[in-house]
Design a protein around this ligand. Structure first.
Ligand SMILES: [Zn+2]
Length: 565
């Protein structure tokens, strides 16, 4: 048995043991990433990012902590990507320079990754990106990997089958069982059933919609509502969806064309993804149906369909700029119909609603997601999850990809499907899980926190910076400036107190007078000349912090600035 210290040092698992650790995606929707290892070989499954919540002030995005991977660097055989969504590939521009191994995915997944790397100016040698065909076998040390076709909201999504000396693993990836997909074949249930028959020691499955009863609607279910809008709208139709939801783009183009509209793709991300999908045969566009923004000029509104990104309210997206009136060539008109063909990711609701309110204020008619039938989730509902569990009937199960309540619900579905409770582990990021012939168990923990990305560099923002930003946003800042004699430390000038974001002038003035007295007292409190500036700064800080807490109940950031003259 590996000791806790051994786990923290990244020692390999004992012979005959599969080890699984999620570095992200457990207890949260986002930054999915996991390590699977056996003997001296480790593989990474996905490497996603997460968008920050409102508490993470000034943070652009969040990626997984890869301390545990650094410890396994010599044993890392490859990164396997289930599909091309941000929460599965988005961390790679930041992590690939450090992780020295190839990246495997379907051509569409790698195409989306290439677009992403290009946008981030991340130079990755193209031979590191290895396209994989479904059914092809890849050897990664003692691990053999196979990609199995499934359906989700991006083309060529896959489940992974990993054959190892310690047993077989099935990772479903993100999926729904779409039997009437808009493009590509339905999921390869025959192969999945066969894998189940061969025997699966450990199954990992998408928990996003474990709380949603029934099954996810097919992608093609969006067609009728979208057709109605295209046919009846008096003015322009603006369809907003994810830049990677190629099937939705295909439906929008087809329905626009059949109702005598021409389409214009708005937004660089979507344009580059559409190009990739066309090049790979995943999107079919007849010549002349999709036009550039300049060709829109002569067209009547009734003949126009715009397709754009920004369904999550992303501040730099086309929709956010259109709603704010800052887009270079799309201005909202009162006759426009905006179709938001997505549901907000949990946590994003407020930002999305702000954008929708701005559109409504400008007079546009707004149709939204599942409510108006213009969106179908890409994630399996409870019945599909249970079906998948029964199809695979694994020896052990770890629900992944979900907030804690989703994981718990998915574990319940597994017991409904006949799995003993002891065969299921509901884990957190960093929980080390070992599986062998004797069963599944938690054996310890490794670091698996958040790494904050601010601007373009990783680890710009450490937790203390975030704490400071929170303090500033809540209680403001006070700068106390004073001059003391270099020789004896006596007060020569000040203290002057400047505040920002703390209180309004009328309330502040009497308070600042008293604060100056407190500061002066802190200055002269000790024996003259015995205080060095560091000590003085601390004494000043503590005296003022105590004063303001007492007087106002608040904890502004206090910065004493002491100059010696
Ligand atoms: Zn996904």
């Amino acid at each position: 048995m590996g000791s806790e210290a051994g786990l923290l040092n990244g020692d390999p698992p004992p012979d005959g043991t599969l080890r699984f650790v999620a570095l992200g995606g457990l207890g949260e929707i986002g930054k999915n990433m996991a390590i699977l290892e056996v003997g001296g070989d480790a593989v990474v499954i996905d490497a996603g990012l997460m968008f920050p919540d409102q508490e993470m002030l000034g943070v652009d995005l969040v990626i997984p902590d890869i301390t545990a991977l650094r410890q396994r660097a010599g044993r890392l055989r490859g990164i396997l990507l289930t599909h091309g969504h941000e929460d599965h590939i988005g961390a790679l521009p930041y992590l690939l320079p450090e992780l020295d191994c190839p990246v495997f995915g379907t051509p569409m997944t790698l195409g989306l990754l290439r677009n992403k790397l290009r946008r981030n100016n991340a130079a990755v040698p193209s031979e590191r990106l290895r396209p994989v065909a479904v059914g092809e076998e890849i050897r990664l040390g003692a691990i053999r990997a196979e990609f199995v076709h499934t359906t989700h909201s991006v083309p060529d999504s896959c489940a992974l089958v990993l054959d190892t000396p310690a047993g077989r693993v099935l990772h479903t990836g993100d999926f729904k069982l779409d039997h009437t997909p808009v493009s590509g074949p339905p999921p390869d249930l025959a192969r999945l059933a066969e894998v189940g028959r061969l025997g699966v020691r450990l199954m990992l499955s998408d928990s996003t919609n474990a709380e949603v009863a029934g099954v996810a609607p097919s992608e093609s279910a969006v067609g009728p509502a979208l057709r109605r809008v295209m046919e009846t709208a008096e003015g322009r139709v603006l369809v907003v969806t994810f830049a990677s939801n190629i099937a939705r783009v295909q439906q929008a183009i087809d329905l626009a064309v059949s109702s005598d509209r021409r389409c214009c793709i708005v937004g660089r991300n979507m344009l580059s993804n559409v190009d990739t999908a066309v090049a790979l045969g995943r999107l079919t566009v007849a010549p002349g149906t999709v036009i550039g923004p300049r060709q829109l000029a002569g067209l009547a509104d009734r003949a126009v369909c715009l397709i754009a990104t920004g369904a999550q309210g992303e501040p730099l997206s086309a929709l956010a700029r259109i709603s704010a009136g800052t887009h270079p060539f799309v201005q909202v008109r009162p006759t426009d119909t905006v179709v938001v063909s997505a549901n907000p990711i949990p946590g994003n609701e407020e930002v999305v609603h702000r954008v929708l309110n701005r559109l409504a204020r400008l007079g546009a008619r707004v149709l939204i997601g599942g409510r108006d039938g213009v969106h179908a989730s890409g994630h399996a509902g409870a019945d599909e999850l249970r079906f998948m569990l029964e199809l695979i009937h694994p020896e052990s199960f770890v629900p992944v990809h979900g907030e804690h309540r989703h994981l718990i619900r998915h574990a319940d579905l597994a017991t409904d499907a006949g799995l003993p409770r002891a065969a299921i582990v509901v884990a957190d990021n960093g929980t080390v899980i070992d599986v062998d012939a004797a069963g599944i168990r938690e054996v310890g923990r490794v670091p698996a926190g958040n790494v904050y990305v601010d601007g373009v560099s990783v680890e710009d923002v450490v937790p203390v910076v975030l704490r400071d930003r929170r303090a500033l946003s809540q209680d403001g800042i006070l700068i106390v400036a004073l001059a003391v004699g270099r020789e004896r430390g006596e007060l020569i000038g000040g203290p002057e107190i400047v505040s920002r974001g703390f209180a309004q002038d009328a309330r502040l003035r009497p308070l600042l007078g008293r604060a100056r007295a407190v500061a002066r007292e802190a200055c002269t409190g000790g024996p003259a000349g015995s205080r060095d500036p560091v000590e003085l700064r601390e004494a000043m800080h503590d005296a003022l912090a105590a004063f303001f807490l007492e007087a106002t109940g608040r904890r502004p950031m206090i910065l004493p600035v002491i100059s010696e003259v």
